[in-house]
Design a protein. Sequence first.
Length: 409
Amino acid sequence: MPQGSLQNRYDQKELEVNALLEITQAVNSNLSEEYLYKIFEFTLRANLKLDKLTLYVKEADWECKVQFGTEKDFTQVSLGSSCLQVTDTTEIKKLDLEVPCFSEFDIIIPVKHKDRLLAFVFVKVKSKSEDLVDTTFIQALSNIMLVAIENKRLARKQLEQQAFQRDMEIASNVQNYLFPKDLPKVGRIEIEAFYQPCRTVGGDYYDYITLEEENQFVVCIADVSGKGIPAAILMSNFQAVLRTIVRTASDPLEVVQELNYHLCRNANRENFITFFMAVYDYNTKELRYINSGHNPPLLLDKNGQIQKLTIGSTVLGAFDPLPFIEMGSVKQLQEFTLFLFTDGLTETFNKEEEEFGTERLEEFLKSQNGKPLETTHQALLETLDAYRAGHPFDDDLTFLSCRVNNDTV
């Protein structure tokens, strides 16, 4: 072999080693993807006698990330099926191309990592002598760069996921503070509640509040449109306003109108809340309530007869002022059970996509009349699980039972 040719090969290999070292240093310096692609382009243009080059990388789809010297703008060209079938370095002229513009090139070089296809490099050499293009070098350089980019993306995704998980945990903790810590279990009132978000955080809320006059209490339930952190934040604000105004407002109409006013301003009418609140007076034995577009709670007397509580207004947060509002009232209530729930209960679906529905719920509650509330709730959960038979819950699941016996001191 001529001395000059040997020296040229030695010089070329030295250039390639230096190029690999340079891009490895760039990877270790945590440079951006865009900069790595620029180094890739510069390195190949400086060290190989290439006339044209195009790099396609597999992301959501195959995308052209690097190109130089081409007649066509390959960022607007999709890879054809014939290119995707290439598994080894192949001359373009040996392919049956359905995308003619790839005939600009001489060679297609697939780039793999652990048998997984990462990219395709298309090159055209300045000389007809094929030994001037070291395809192994191109593959190695491409592999180092693309694996590094993929690792950066995975690391970034992991950090984003960790940050998201922290946000969700914070939102979940905030939401847990919304619910009353202690519900009455003895005496003339007993309350049992269940809450299960569809995701880490949900958009349901319930509450029990004793009023300044010890002979009255408020029980309520709400469901915000939407899910996740925005719903939790909106419900947190809603709860803060409710607890502020409910202790000083003896009129449920005033409470609901004030809630609607604040909600319209805080949510910009982009979200709404269905809401039900009831005020019971032990002295007058009257239950006053307003249903704002919520699933009608079920009022059971001591004989198990059911009455739906439907009177009220439309959803809160959509209109200001409310287009209509009316307060419902049930008098002479000495002994009763009030069952409140969100639509995640009645809209529990089985494998045939049939919902559990209100009728099944009413029949269930009649069968449980007089039983301990804790027993009833456990039986309801078992009934729902049997009904859905493994079908996932599509919404938050919340229900609350409030039992009053005004004869008990």
